[in-house]
Design a protein around this ligand. Structure first.
Ligand code: AMP
Ligand code: FE
Ligand code: FE
Ligand code: ZN
Length: 279
């Protein structure tokens, strides 16, 4: 079993890098990619003992495009690539500005969330909306993280504040510059019709997109078939990811992704091959 999409405390997950590696080993994973949002700090904090889990260096970049939020996964990147580090620092700064504005909106709406509370919940590390959701649970304003998103924090909520992120083309180029393969995360979140998705993907493939995250917990069988067919059309790598976040996404288990996932070796070989084309 492999899992190519997971988060640590370095973004909005709840396990440390060492705890995540231990959890991957306990779940019987042979390969794990840690893909924190706009952040590669986990790679400076990995334990020496990987417990026979192959760690694939990854990142999940936040993108802005005409229809809202989108995420691009980068795999086999050099986590110390200077250009990548510079852009990640910019994204992290934009996130901090966004967080302050969002706290102001939450306060105006009557929720007494503070930056100090978010800092504490994030353990002094990068703050994301899941920490705001945790804060609202702590204040008794909602009964669960799920409810906080559903009512107040989703992309279409009036309290949500977008960030200035990368364009899809710039993000693909950045991943390639850092020596990695660029994979569109959870294509369901594009919320495009099949025809529009094919049209949009053809443009991103022209910009160098290397793969599609076909196997993802929220994908329906029909979506998996569509994404697999689109991946085949452009000879894209196919990946599998649970988007494990620990306690902030309680239903998600490491390595547990529905569907008839292709052979692990095939997935890993094609992903590595795609990255090697950008060295
Ligand atoms: P941010 O990057 O701070 O805008 O927060 C985005 C993160 O919020 C995503 O990576 C997810 O972890 C989480 N998220 C977004 N929508 C939901 C949702 N409906 N339920 C739970 N978590 C969500
Ligand atoms: Fe997240
Ligand atoms: Fe994502
Ligand atoms: Zn993710």
């Amino acid at each position: 079993m492999i899992d190519l999409h997971s988060h640590t405390v370095c973004s909005d997950g709840t396990l440390t890098p060492a705890e995540l590696v231990a959890a991957a080993a306990a779940a019987g994973l042979r390969a794990l990619a840690i893909t924190d949002h706009d952040n590669v700090d986990a790679y400076d904090r990995l334990p020496d003992d990987r417990q026979d889990v192959e760690i694939i260096v990854g990142v999940e970049l936040s993108l802005t495009w005409a229809r809202g939020n989108l995420h691009l996964l980068g795999y086999h990147i050099d986590p110390h690539h200077a250009g990548l580090r510079t852009v990640l620092a910019q994204l992290q700064a934009a996130r901090r500005v966004r967080n302050v504005t969002m706290v102001e909106r939450l306060n105006a709406a009557g929720f007494a969330v503070t930056m100090e509370q978010l800092d504490r919940l994030a353990g002094g590390e990068q703050i994301g909306r899941p920490h705001m959701a945790q804060a609202m649970v702590e204040l008794g304003a909602v009964s669960s993280i799920y409810q906080a998103f559903e009512r107040y924090l989703a992309d279409d909520s009036p309290l949500y504040v977008p960030r200035e992120d990368l364009s899809p083309g710039d993000a693909i180029e950045l991943v390639h510059a850092a020596g990695g393969a660029a994979v569109l995360a959870h294509p369901c979140q594009t919320r495009l019709s099949p025809a529009d998705l094919a049209d949009t993907l053809s443009r991103w493939v022209a910009r160098g997109l290397d793969g599609l995250e076909v196997y993802y917990p929220q994908h329906t069988p029909r979506q998996r078939r569509l994404y697999r067919d689109l991946a085949t059309r452009w000879r894209l790598a196919i990946t599998v990811g649970s988007d494990f976040h620990g306690a902030t996404k309680p239903g998600v288990r490491l390595g547990q992704v529905p569907g008839r996932v292709p052979d692990d070796d095939e997935v890993l070989d094609r992903l590595r091959g795609a990255a090697e084309r950008h060295r």
